[in-house]
Design a protein around this ligand. Sequence first.
Ligand code: BGC
Length: 922
Amino acid sequence: MMTAMNPLHRLPLPSIAGLLVLVVFCNSCAHVQRLSQPTTTVELRCDDLANPLGIDDTQPRLSWKIQSTARDERQTAYRLLVASTADALARDSGDLWDSGEVKSDQSILVAYAGQPLLSFSRCFWKVQVWDKDGNQSPWSETARWSIGLLHSSDWQAKWIGLDGPKKRAKPDDRRLPSRYLRKEFNLEKPLQRATVSICGLGIFELQLNGGKIGDHVLEPALSEYDKRAFYETFDVTPQLRSGANAIGVILGNGRFFGPRPPGGTTTFGYPKLFLQLDIDYADGTKGQVVSDESWKITTNGPICANNEYDGEEYDATREMKGWSEAGFDDSAWQSAQIVSPGSPHLAAQMIPPMKVIETIHPVSMIHHTNYIYDLQGGHLEHITTNDIYIYDMGQNIVGWCRLTADGPTGVTITLRYAETLAADGSLYTKNLRTAKATDTYTMRHSGEETFEPTFIYHGFRYVEVTGYLVEPTISNLVGCVVHDDLPSTGEFSCSNPTLNQIAHNIYWGTRGNYRSMPTDCPQRDERQGWTGDRSEESKGESFLFDVSAFYSKWLQDLHDGQRDSGSLPDVAPAFWTVYRNGVSWASTYLILSHALYDQYGDLRPIQAHYDSAKKWIDYITRFMTNGIIATNTYGDWCVPPASPLEIHSKDPARNTAGALISTAYFYRDLGLMARSAKLLGKSADERRFKKMASAVKEAFNHRFLNSETGRYSNGTQTSSALALGDGLSPNNDEEQKTFNQLVNHIETTTDGHIGTGVIGCQWLMRDLSNHGRIDLAYRIATQTTYPSWGYMAQKGATTIWELWNGDTADPAMNSGNHVMLIGDLNIWLFEYLGGIRPDPSAPGFKKIIIQPEPCGDLTWAKATHESPYGTIATDWKRANGQFTLNVDIPANSSAIVILPSGATRHIGSGHYEFNEQTKNAQ
Ligand code: BGC
């Protein structure tokens, strides 16, 4: 079973193999000799993070990369030193841990095994390795981590805030004024170190002595607040001074006050703060400043209203100069209230923070003039002129705009955001539904001022600016691109411009949907972590960003949302309480744990979630009758409809039976559970899941397969794609028949176009390629007519749409920036065209499969992937009957290279070039 899980299960490319006559395998002829440099260790990571502060993992895993220009370089041993001070480490003392020389090639996720780590422990570390010849590398640079507050007794802080107004002015009044909180304190002795641990819900900005601390935005990370909230740790030693100091915190709504369930106004409560400043004086004594009733609070600051979806109102005339500095007169402020806890549990935030990652400049600004008339005494009289400026960012982005403006006191400038324009050139906002996506800025004084919102974000390409009294220029607005600061991991490009534009759209869509959880969309009144959108698709994201920590955190969100019954939420964190037990959405819990294992070699997610996954399997089994699970909520969500206006097709021939989808997914889940059990050494469980899986497979085929034709149910592309992707066919003959069904459907019914929604497209490209029809996958991928990714690009999309007909369908559910329809396309670009795949037998790219597959009219393609071991790169071209492939393999990993002819070669690290001849002209 599970044939598709073995990536070596690719048939020998019948359609291409026929074109090959002569294969010359000559990796040595173009052998690039490089001068050998000493091996070094770089990019030290602790729990996948660079120098994290305040973690709550006392056995963090340490990783490093080995840099070497030599071929076949391998680590044969390592030594780790962990010290409690930088000085001790510099003296090569590992007072916390000296691993000694460990004979091992493990260079990722080595679990700390030194002295027990306590709250506030500070750890400085370095590593050295021995190469394949036994040469010792120099010590790495020093890296660090620190432990946060492990026990509730470590916290002396109290939750503070202002619970009110008790009643909202209007039921949909979701735009609270920001809370400003402040506290002064004195430092009377020389300081050694000061650390702030802070959780401000929904969103906080921390200031000290008049300046913002750090460059994080929209923090802390979203969580299942009823279970946990995250705190962050900042080293504020440089910001403190002797004598009088002041801390200031601004609190925004975030999802805590405004989780935005459909039609509802439920809330977790008013914004609140929990903060502790721990001070270590140079003389060894300690001090503390904590949030409590001695703090002052006001809602009369310049952020008069904020809501993540609706926007921010900033009135600069209300600015309170010096409010986060000592000596500010806060006599008009109230005392902070002690309020109920924001969450029963505070956990360290262990994902990269959100930041303004990039700024971009608009590509155009168009001036529209609205002449406003009124009927006066029987004739129309010109009352006023309204100047509207529409800026085009040239790219659908997520974040906000930085506005520079010049105007008299009290003038308000309004910024409205949208993804597209209506036919008359005005903003098209219907698809934002109730999200107002509007920021206002009221000027403080004459002269140039800059405004940037704090507690909101929008998904947009166009910005409408009104209220500007003098004509603005294009440089008055800058777009700020905001998302989790996840390291980039790779790029793909090729000779086909449509595919390059699609790859661009995938990249921008993916980055725009990271808001400390993966969101479905960034613009309308939804922006939720829908699980089904990230099933196989999430694996493709790992080729663009390092999502290891990010998705480990989201698995925790899913776990936190699990009900006692075992039911998993469709949305995590469950800000929308949707528990529909449809199998396919919740399966992401298992699929993602395994993707993290395959892509990063990290077994911990599988381990940590094994029991809850098992609980979910047991729960879902209750919905099974005779091996079939009929419950399914969303079907093959967003299948391309025939009508340009429809969101969901009503055509039964296009839709796939819910029971088929649920049962196929459940079969996959059981296979994943069997694999988990095997990896964890739980052989009884493994046997049990395998047995269940084979019963489900039999029932599935009994119920849905027409063994004469190989057709499943009504023969949609999705029904075939699932059966093939999940290895559900009873035997090879049936599998071939089903594959023929799929090909026939694509070639005749949909004329070389995709015919699936979000379910089928998670598997389609790989199914076709694994069964020898990568040419057909390529045809689908490069189409520019409806429905296709190229059609979106042709219509001007710079991200991926929610609907195949996103240009014409009803705006009620029509986002211009959704990732779900990417399906397995990005996996395919990197793994099949670029040819870079992890070998699951040695996950995390310890072993790599290099198998680029030239197809269609492609003449070249390149891909890079920053794996846990370092950069993997492929670069191939074909011309004049010659195929040339350049490959880079990082030290301490190895690869099998499979050329288009089928010839294979095992290589170690280093740079290689391969050539072979092909029969066709290309
Ligand atoms: C979301 C989707 C989600 C779906 C499930 C939509 O509104 O945008 O991405 O998977 O609902 O019902």
